[in-house]
Design a protein around this ligand. Structure first.
Ligand SMILES: Nc1ncnc2c1ncn2[C@@H]1O[C@H](COP(=O)(O)OP(=O)(O)OP(=O)(O)O)[C@@H](O)[C@H]1O
Ligand SMILES: [Mg+2]
Length: 507
């Protein structure tokens, strides 16, 4: 094993919707860094001081935002699907990439500042993304890392990072063991829900992670539960925050402030209810002269998030169908993400898969950053673990092209094992067309406008033919490093085969 490298380690960063964490590879294992306030997780909150223009990140940002919510950005990761979006902080607007880079920069700087000036320089970092992130969301995450001057060795999907951290522990506990395990990573965080079914093969010289099936929702997490509970608390107190939509800016501002205060208390209550059967919520002056002072039980909280539990149960059911496996085939369920601590989530897994199989990682909120640090170590030095790491993923979203009427023609369906390849035959749509743009999309909707564009293959110089007389073959190939190559082939005027190829990065 290489010696500990305190000043020039490789890092793993879990850029979370609500909390982020940063870990390093020590040479023997992983270590989570504490931030400047001594916490292992940094709140993914960005506040811009309207007076000085200074940016704050983390708990302090969040606290300032309680007083001045218009200058606070939360849940930026949920906006990474549209980099052109503008997030208003006071009078100024910022892109999701810029604000994410502020979070990454803060975490990195917190680590750098622990060492005398200029001595610390990370060799490189791996940043995590949800499994469900599409190509452009992964690109936007990389761009945020670059903007924060972080040398990004790669991105890794969160469930893969979590299972890597689990596998590392298994290798340490049972170094001589060889065999296969079927794992489910149940990652319920602040913003996203990722469910991943893996086959982990432990060999003396290799660890193989084979993704068998995935499911999830990138709009399902702790933030949604906070909203539900906040609504319940208002209802129980006979209050409303209707002024949020008021035309009167003063009233709307007061309501926004009240809402932020309420959400803060809802989060505390929600987390308390994971260990207590009931709790009290008291918020003074949620609106001037109006207070909340109510008791709330775990049962009431679980009832108000029931529709999410129903959705999670359905995503779980689909997983078995997709993988052609049954819950009894699973050896371990790894709980990841802060919201997996909610008792009814664990109960659901115990009921469906079995209590003895449900495993909580050392710390459900940190194992993703630890797994990312392990992967960073591996990318930096492939011999580091004395074992090769092989990750076989699946295409998460279908891939295809735009056809007549803006419809989406699927070439490679979702949930296919990478590498994979598929061919689709097209014809020239009209008489004498000599050029066609193949717009390539990723998604699961029938119309391309509802999916995400990956790029375009411009095909020029087609031989003029009557409509539908020229056969055009499109071959889509996904490599195991998530690159999509699209080759378009047709016969030229004199019959010679002509091919045009483009390669797109999907991660
Ligand atoms: N004991 C608890 N009970 C219930 N919820 C909790 C508990 N502890 C933390 N949480 C919730 O977990 C969420 C944070 O979890 P985590 O740090 O895993 O999410 P994240 O990484 O920010 O989100 P994502 O992975 O979706 O991007 C917050 O919504 C927080 O309120
Ligand atoms: Mg997370």
């Amino acid at each position: 094993m290489p010696p500990d490298n305190v000043l020039n380690p490789v890092l793993g960063i879990d850029l979370g919707t609500t909390f982020s964490a940063i870990a390093r590879w020590t040479g023997r294992g992983t270590e989570i860094y504490l931030n400047a306030s001594g916490h292992p997780e940094t709140q993914s909150a960005v506040y811009r001081d309207p007076e000085t223009g200074e940016f704050l990140v983390g708990r302090l940002a969040y606290r300032r935002g309680l007083i001045d919510p218009d200058c606070l950005a939360l849940g930026v990761k949920r906006k990474m699907d549209d980099a052109s979006q503008k997030i208003k902080l006071g009078e100024h607007e910022f892109s999701p990439i810029e604000l994410s880079s502020r979070i990454l920069d803060r975490m990195n700087t917190d680590v750098e500042e622990r060492f005398p000036n200029g001595l610390f320089e990370a060799t490189g970092s791996v940043v995590t993304v949800p499994y469900y992130f599409k190509a452009h969301q992964c690109e936007n995450t990389r761009a945020a890392a670059e903007m924060a001057d972080i040398q990004c060795l790669g991105v890794i999907q969160e469930p893969i990072a979590a299972s890597l951290s689990y596998a590392w522990q298994m290798v340490n506990d049972y170094p001589d063991r060889e065999g296969e395990e079927i794992l489910v990573v149940f990652d319920l965080g602040g913003g996203t829900f990722d469910l991943t079914l893996f086959k982990l093969t432990q060999l003396s010289d290799k660890l193989i992670f084979e993704v068998l099936a995935t499911g999830g929702d990138d709009r399902l997490g702790g933030m949604d539960f906070d909203e539900c509970l906040a609504g319940k608390l208002l209802e129980k107190s006979g209050l409303s925050l209707d002024d949020l939509d008021s035309e009167d800016e003063d009233k709307a501002r007061k309501a926004r402030k009240g809402r932020q205060k309420l959400i803060e208390q809802a989060i505390i209550a929600k987390e308390t209810l994971s260990t207590s059967a009931n709790t009290y919520v008291a918020v003074a002056d949620i609106l001037p002269g109006q207070h909340i002072d109510v008791k709330i039980t775990r049962q009431e909280f679980e009832e108000c998030i029931d529709r999410y539990v129903v959705e999670i149960r359905e995503i779980l059911r689909q997983l078995w169908v997709m993988a052609k496996l049954e819950p009894k085939d699973v050896d371990r369920v790894i709980l990841v993400g802060g919201s997996s601590r909610i008792p009814c989530m664990k109960d659901l897994l115990c009921e469906v898969i079995g209590e003895e199989k449900v495993y909580s990682a050392g710390n459900a909120s940190q194992c993703v950053a630890e797994g990312a640090a392990l992967y960073a170590a591996y990318l930096d030095e492939p011999d580091v673990f004395g074992r090769e790491i092989e990750i076989t993923t699946r295409t998460c979203h279908a891939l295809g092209v735009e056809v007549a009427g803006g419809r989406f023609a699927v070439v490679i369906p979702g949930n296919r094992m990478a590498p994979c390849e598929s061919v689709h035959l097209f014809a020239n749509p009209e008489d004498n067309v000599t050029s066609i743009d193949f717009n390539v999309y990723q998604g699961s909707q029938r119309m391309v406008k509802d999916n995400t564009m990956i790029g375009t293959v411009n095909v020029n110089g087609l031989p003029p033919r009557g409509a539908r007389e020229l056969e055009i073959k499109a071959t889509f190939k996904v490599s195991d490093d998530q690159k999509l190559s699209v080759k378009v082939e047709y016969d030229g005027d004199d019959g010679t085969p002509i091919a045009v190829q483009s390669v797109f990065t999907m991660q």
